[in-house]
Design a protein. Structure first.
Length: 68
């Protein structure tokens, strides 16, 4: 029972001090090419990524990312 309370306490501690992970945005666009789009078509593509959160809500130590 004491181990369970300790585990729950550690999880709550980790969640309480977890910070938001930064989101990286990258514009995916070829340079030197004329841009054309039809009505309702895609003009620009922005790829958003964020660090993979670990068990405590922090960034993964191996640098892995997920698409947002």
């Amino acid at each position: 029972m004491n181990k369970l309370l300790l585990l729950v306490g550690l999880c709550l501690f980790g969640v309480a001090f977890a910070e938001d992970l930064p989101v990286t945005e990258k514009l995916v666009q070829k340079t030197g090419v004329s841009i054309e789009a039809h009505i309702g078509g895609q003009v620009f593509k922005v790829m958003r990524t964020s660090p993979l959160p670990n068990a405590f809500g922090r960034a993964d130590i191996f640098g892995r990312t997920v698409g947002v």
